[in-house]
Write a protein that binds this ligand. Structure first.
Ligand code: TYD
Ligand code: MG
Length: 461
């Protein structure tokens, strides 16, 4: 068979978009300057006979005869990790764990495998980045003693497959997918086509022998190394490990999950002896809260099934010199914030049009739910009037365009969390009143944003 001619393709290193010519802006992900050239010798794709034997393929079957057995979930016994996965580890599931270098991906996955092997499972950690000695050093720091945790130093996908089939581990970690090479690609390691092909082989392996596979991938904004985003559509679950502004804390977030919700987050603290799950995230998000300062207040958000108390800060500063007021938000959608500012101007006649406004959610959380609207407006109002809101007051409610306050869901969970942290007063939507449990917390109702100043600053009305 005649070999096809080598061809040149341009790939977006951020999302994997393919183009026959170089482009400045990627039509796929709208990023600039992400295209790299790759020469591909388009040969036949490599096949691994060992896998072909196992993978007989399936035949068409009547839908009615297909049995639905929910996947058995293994527990890593790292509660924060299991929750983000949707309850536990599913056999045959492929999970991509992305994050900046140094965030703690290797540490987390080594701990996961150690826990699995502590419960008697054979597991394998493939390291292509660090030497086995370095991994050993880390395991000592983490005080891991796991006799059935195997370490393989390899970068060639054929070798990884062969060793996996021989050892038969019950869970596999590849650290990192950027170091793995596939035999049929002539592009350098870390390039888009290498990563894609190598991942495809590994995913096939995991599906064929039905073991969970974790692929670690570095996220890089620019440069020659392709980001793991190009793999997102190939895998079952995508987790991102990120760091908030308060440094030791790390947030694990699912951005795609075939086996559970993508709303759950896991919160970890990086300590001298590894990552520690944080059971009560409200603690850390309220930790450095200034007492009774204008512009700061607390609201309760739901992250998946868990309520978290978070501090919102607003800074409304004097008229801007340029005539174009600045609106900067961290952790809050900019459009939502503009909407809230417009409602405050219209309904409460606050003069915000020429003011710079900065909004921030403490602790690096990103909040998208509308239940924080009222809190956001309260914080802006507090900074604008330069009047502090009592530290023990919680604000909850979605605000509509006419200033009406709409009910929030999971009210009870949010109020419970507030009680736990000593909040004595909550301002909640009138429509939620029916379900509110008033033990040890004073509940005040609000029906329209116009009532907020009187509720927050009683003496002023
Ligand atoms: P690492 O897991 O190597 O990050 P990644 O694989 O995402 O690149 O860990 C990163 C950092 O964590 C590293 O700078 C050292 C620090 N660290 C601790 O603080 N405590 C520990 O117990 C370990 C193992 C690492
Ligand atoms: Mg690493």
């Amino acid at each position: 068979m005649a070999k096809k001619k080598a061809k040149t393709t341009f790939y977006c290193t951020s999302c994997g978009y393919q183009s026959p010519k170089w482009l400045g802006k990627c039509p796929g992900c709208q990023e600039w300057n992400t295209f790299v050239e790759e020469r591909e010798a388009a040969e036949e794709t490599a096949t691994f006979p060992e896998l072909a034997v196992l993978n007989q393929g399936s035949r068409p079957q009547p839908l009615a005869e297909i049995e639905n057995t929910p996947p058995a979930q293994g527990k890593s016994r790292i509660a924060e990790f299991d929750r983000v996965l949707g309850g536990g580890i599913v056999p045959g599931a492929v999970t991509l764990v992305g994050g900046d270098p140094g965030i703690g991906k290797s540490t987390l996955l080594l701990e996961v495998l150690a826990n699995l092997s502590a419960s008697g499972q054979k597991t394998m950690y493939v390291t292509g980045e660090e030497s086995p000695g370095q991994v050993k050093l880390r395991s000592e720091r983490l005080r891991i003693e796991a006799p059935s945790l195997y370490l393989l130093s390899a970068t060639e996908v054929g070798a990884i497959i062969a060793h996996t089939l021989e050892l038969q581990p019950q869970a596999l970690v590849i650290d990192s997918i950027q170091t793995v090479t596939a035999p049929e690609s002539t592009s350098p390691p870390g390039s888009v086509s290498q990563i894609r092909l190598a991942a495809a082989h590994l995913i096939k392996l995991a599906k064929t022998i039905n073991i969970p596979l974790f692929l670690i991938g570095h996220v890089t904004k620019e440069g020659a190394i392709a980001g793991p985003r190009i793999l997102e559509h190939m895998v079952d679950t995508v987790l991102y490990f990120e760091s908030g502004t308060q440094h030791p804390y790390r947030i694990l977030r699912a951005v795609k999950n075939r086996f559970g919700s993508t709303n759950e987050i896991g919160v970890f603290e990086m300590t001298g002896s590894g990552l520690k799950g944080v059971d009560s995230p409200s603690h850390i998000f309220l930790a450095e809260r200034p007492a009774e300062l204008a512009g700061s207040l607390v609201t309760a958000t739901m992250e998946g099934s868990r309520p978290i108390l978070t501090e919102i800060q607003a800074l409304v500063s004097g008229s801007s010199m340029t005539g174009i007021p600045r609106r900067t938000t961290l952790g809050i959608d900019k459009g939502r914030a503009s909407l809230m500012i417009a409602i405050l101007e219209k309904q409460l006649h606050l003069l915000l049009a020429d003011k710079d406004i900065f909004l921030n959610v403490i602790g690096g959380l990103k909040i998208i739910e509308p239940a924080i609207d009222l809190g956001l407006m309260g914080a802006i109002m507090s900074s604008y009037l330069d009047r502090a809101i009592p530290a023990s007051t919680l604000l909850l409610g979605e605000v509509g365009l006419t200033g009406e306050i709409r009910r929030v869901n999971f009210l009870e969970q949010r109020l419970n969390e507030a009680r736990k942290f000593g909040f004595t007063q909550a301002i909640i939507p009138k429509n939620n009143l029916g379900t509110a449990d008033k033990t040890s917390i004073t509940i005040k109702e609000i029906n329209n944003i116009a009532e907020l100043p009187a509720l927050l600053f009683p003496t002023e009305s």
